[in-house]
Write a protein that binds this ligand. Structure first.
Ligand code: NAD
Length: 339
């Protein structure tokens, strides 16, 4: 079984690749453009066991060549940060929409067996009470969420129109080691470890569900192995909390006080609450989150504390960080090139 993983040098993708390699029985190729968010160091543990290709999911010729040679695709590659999409949505439309459509076409032509499309709870919009099931229509509010919703709809259309075996996961906020320090948990932890103040949007009352990356990866793997074609699966932890509650835990774990928190103007169009009904994946695939939030959050903080080599080269405020390696586009990176 040959599996192509796009975006495998990013946060969740690299955890997934490590899990797949550990499990064995599959040959893994990673396709990643190595944008500011892609980092070959995330793959160092499995470098000798995978094939890595630096390339863009919008590159139709490359996508066709790789699809023809793989049985399955797990598609993580995306522009993933809401704040960046508010500043400029162009790359979000290119990678998330055009890139997904390019890959779907390639999968179809290359007779790929299964296409797992990794999406997000943000496509549903904001919900004051209750929870979304998979039948809820998409109603995205940020350009990021709109681009992900568009890619979900395209993926579903390729199933309906062409019979492609597409499976979609929609997951809540994910946390763990190796997350690029622009998302709230690594950003706050690193700033606090450096003794810098942290910016909290609005009144901090926005509610998010937090899932550890190991649980997210396990759910994706269940969907790849046993999910049904044309289906959407919500994936959540059932661990909703306000940003203020999250920040309280982060301050505690970093030995800091509320004096380090600087309220800033709210993010435009900031969704108030996300909440997923995850009955379907539990009933169909037996998925239940295993990781304890408080324990895994403390471990995550300890990982950032113990691995400054990983994050020191990104200043958390920096919007553009060069990829760690200058490797050629569209060609496999030499396997003796250890990140
Ligand atoms: P990330 O930003 O850490 O990584 C994205 C990866 O995609 C990077 O390695 C980057 O180099 C690569 N990439 C970007 N554009 C590319 C292109 N045009 N061609 C090839 N590679 C490209 O993202 P993440 O947080 O790991 O998220 C992965 C996926 O999971 C995304 O699709 C995201 O929408 C989804 N998701 C994320 C979360 C979360 O909390 N992080 C929650 C739910 C869903």
């Amino acid at each position: 079984m040959k599996v192509l993983v796009t975006g495998g040098a990013g946060f969740i993708g690299s955890h997934y690749v490590r899990a797949l390699v550990r499990k064995g029985g599959v040959s893994v190729t990673v396709l990643d453009k190595l944008t500011y968010a892609g980092n070959l160091a995330n793959l160092s543990e499995v470098w000798g066991s995978i094939r890595f290709i630096r390339g863009d999911v919008c590159d139709a010729e490359l996508a066709a060549r790789l699809s023809a040679d793989h049985d399955q695709i797990v598609h993580f590659a995306a522009e993933s940060h809401v704040d960046r999409s508010i500043v400029d949505a162009t790359s979000f439309v290119m990678t998330n929409v055009v890139g997904t459509q390019t890959l779907l076409d390639a999968a179809l032509a290359g007779r790929v067996g299964t296409f797992v499309h990794i999406s997000t709870d943000e496509v549903y919009g904001s919900i004051d009470s209750g929870s979304w099931s998979e039948t809820e229509p998409v109603s995205p509010n940020s350009p990021y969420a709109a681009s992900k919703a568009a890619s979900d709809l395209l993926a579903l259309a390729y199933h309906t129109t062409h019979g492609l075996d597409v499976r979609i996961t929609r997951c809540s906020n994910t946390f763990g080691p190796h997350q690029y320090p622009e998302k709230i948990i690594p950003l706050f932890v690193i700033k606090l470890l450096m003794g810098e103040p942290v910016p909290l949007y609005g009144d901090g009352g926005n509610v998010r569900d937090w899932l550890h990356v190991d649980d997210h990866v396990r759910a994706i793997e269940l969907v790849r192995e046993a999910g049904r074609a044309g289906q959407i699966y919500n994936v959540g932890a059932g661990c909703e909390q306000t940003n203020r509650e999250l920040v309280t835990r982060l301050l505690e774990a970093c030995g800091a006080t509320w004096g380090m928190v600087k309220p800033v103007a709210d993010r435009p169009g900031h969704d108030r609450r996300y909440s997923l009904d995850c009955t379907k994946i539990r009933r169909e695939l037996g998925f239940a989150p295993r990781e304890d939030f408080a324990t895994r959050l403390r471990e995550t903080v300890e990982w950032y504390r113990a691995n400054p080599w990983w994050w020191r080269r990104f200043h958390p405020e920096s919007a553009t960080v060069a990829p760690s390696r200058d490797v050629g586009i569209g060609t496999p990176v030499a396997q003796d090139h250890h990140p």
